[in-house]
Design a binder for this molecule. Sequence first.
Ligand SMILES: [Zn+2]
Ligand SMILES: [Zn+2]
Length: 345
Amino acid sequence: MKAVVLRSFGEAGNLKMEDVPVPTPGRGEVLLRVHACGVCYHDVINRRGNLPRTSVPAILGHEAAGEVVAVGPDTPGWKTGDRAATLQRLSCGTCALCRSGRNSLCKTDNRFFGEELPGGYSQFMVAPVAGLGRVPASLPWEEAATVCCTTGTAVHTLRTRGKVRAGETVLITGASGGVGMSAVQLAKLDGARVIAVTSGEAKVQPLRDAGADEVILSRGLDFASEVRKRTKGQGVDLAVEIVGSVTFDQTLKSLTPGGRLVVVGNLESGIVQVNPGLVIVKELEIIGAYATNQAELDEALRLTATGGVRQFVTDKVPLAEAARAHFRLENREVAGRLVLVPPQA
Ligand SMILES: [Zn+2]
Ligand SMILES: [Zn+2]
């Protein structure tokens, strides 16, 4: 089969198509014919060698969608012809954390596709079924591939961790990215009033089109006062922090007393100073959100298939052009999401 193999960490040009053997599914695993695999910024970081759990040679890609073509032994519930999409990471399903629904915190099995497990930059891939969601028949492959990292993350962040309720006001920073655009749509769907923050003027209209009630154009330094103005001095009930360190202070200051701040992204990997007094007197809650579990992915796929949340796939590119796809992503030449399509022969 054809696969893009990374033999040494470094530049985009190191991603090269090769002929490699088709893998065999083991216990609890299926073989997928990959129909589409999203290219995520995470893959760029991985390719550069900045993810310690990846060793070369590696096949990248954690945003795969495909059809089951073989089922390993002791793999109940799955059959050939089933349509599936991958979660970012696995979980064991049996530890105390998994049994309480906190699968994204599981330490027993925390393997990632494209890191410890060969990923979707390939014609075929083996996937443990614990790492798969079910793709509805009506959903195009290229959309199914990107749902987990965008809408799946939004479901986990807004509903599971943020416990969004109808009638609340929700602030979303970094709103024009993949997670942000899904979060805006999902918060609206769940009956919230949405204030989106973006740093790009070109992103204002797409955010309005996605349903944002208010869009604040800001470079990240001064939006809290604007949020106050647009909430009659109240502040927001819930904030989704996708940018991280750069906007954290302003996001915290945007909260109403008793407000919740869910942190799901930290793009610059920076640190922040927090005034504990503010957290104390306003009884603020600072909550982390990480990855997606199987039920959340199924829900995100359902929401996408029924039109509740739209995906923004801009480009379908042949798998052979993976290096070029990385180059474009690194140079910010991609507006929405980019997916690789392996040869289907
Ligand atoms: Zn991703
Ligand atoms: Zn577990």
